[in-house]
Design a protein around this ligand. Structure first.
Ligand code: TRP
Length: 364
């Protein structure tokens, strides 16, 4: 069967990537990449989107571009298999966003739930930057310029993909079949959909200080796991414990595989048995945290080591990104040629148009 999938996704460079990014999308991308069942794969650093709410902090965005690139490579993204690039270096994306703006209403943007919450979180109130307000449109351009079919992202990005699909349908309806409707690819495990912070709060976020970063040292990881939120009513070892909302168990759901029991805790055959014991009582938090720490160290160590290797040659990473930008730009430019043709704004490469107009005026 022909390989039809075009996979595309990206991250805002506002900080180093954490394990929420990892289980939410990054791990899946690496699996998809290594399975090889796709035509093309693009992964990009959304610096222009990061600027929409960091406009007065360009240095932060600039510093984090390389951090995210290192995290990508450390996690196993391979530039020989996927194109890694930087959003702002593809001017075609701005051009496409500008055309898409005609296809979206203000009220439709106002209804986008992710944008709504983000506006509240940032206390923009009435002084919302237009660029921030319209970033779902620019995200639709990011996706469609590459004719992506498959977008592996976290749950919070669902409204963006839905809005992209609407834009594509409207574009194709008005201008003729040109663009491709993408599908979202969500993690299949509920714990991975929205990994809570180490404090049990709904989301990992740098400002809350509740993240475990892919680049954290072994000591940092261990310290963070030791102080992790569990069941506040599980005071004595003999007390029955709660699994729901217990961050340690949510992380186990996201990271634990059967072979981890064989390797680190063969008293239990699987996670269900471990959970059952905790719920009955008689199992202390420290033991479960120790097990989680073994698993996290096993998962993060190779990532951390690879990052150290890549950090030794930073110029090579910029060079790789530059090449990725050139490749990505070729694809985006080809789509934009089609878009301009469909929108009838291709004046100079349309021999028929020129001949037709010449005839019209000579007849008058
Ligand atoms: N909005 C995404 C985030 O917050 C980043 C992003 C920008 C993106 N454009 C995209 C993701 C296109 C997938 C596809 O991380």
């Amino acid at each position: 069967m022909a390989k039809e999938k075009i996979i595309l996704t990206g991250d805002r460079p506002t900080g180093r990537l954490h394990i929420g990014h990892y289980v939410g999308s990054l791990r899946r991308r690496v699996e998809l990449q290594n399975a090889g069942d796709y035509k093309k794969m693009f992964v990009f650093i959304a610096d222009a989107q990061a600027l929409t709410d960091n406009i007065d902090n360009p240095e932060k965005v600039r510093q984090n571009v390389i951090e995210v690139a290192l995290d990508y490579l450390a996690a196993g993204l391979d530039p020989t298999k996927s194109t890694l690039f930087i959003q702002s270096q593809i001017p075609e994306l701005c051009e496409l966003s500008f055309y898409f703006m005609d296809l979206v209403t203000v009220s439709r943007l106002q209804r986008n739930p992710t944008v709504k919450t983000e506006i509240q979180m940032r206390n923009f109130e009435t002084s919302i930057p237009v660029g921030f307000f319209t970033y779902p449109i620019s995200q639709a351009a990011d996706i469609t310029a590459f004719k992506a079919t498959t977008v592996p992202v976290g749950e919070d990005q669902e409204p963006m993909i839905e809005q992209t699909r609407e834009i594509v349908r409207r574009f194709n309806y008005i201008y003729g079949e040109t663009l491709v409707e993408p599908e979202i690819l969500l993690p299949d495990n509920a714990a991975c959909l929205r990994l809570p912070g180490t404090d049990g709060k709904a989301k990992m976020s740098k400002s809350l200080g509740n993240c475990i970063y892919l680049s954290d040292s072994a000591d940092e990881v261990q310290k963070k796991i030791k102080s992790m939120y569990t069941d506040p009513n599980h005071l004595r070892v003999t007390d029955p414990g709660q699994i729901e909302g217990n961050t340690v168990f949510t992380y186990l759901d996201a990271f634990c595989r059967p072979e981890h029991f064989e390797r680190y805790w063969n008293e239990y055959p699987n996670l269900d048995e471990l959970k059952a014991h905790y719920q009955r009582g008689g199992l202390g938090d420290m033991k479960v945290k120790k097990f989680l720490n073994e698993i996290m160290q096993e998962t993060l160590e190779p990532i951390r080591n690879r990052r150290k290797e890549f950090e030794k040659d930073i110029p090579a990473i910029y060079d790789m990104l530059k090449k990725g930008c050139a490749t990505a730009r070729e694809t985006a430019a080809a789509t934009l040629d089609e878009v301009r043709r469909s929108m009838k704004i291709n004046y100079f490469d349309d021999v028929e148009l020129i001949a037709e107009q010449a005839k019209r005026f000579s007849a008058e």
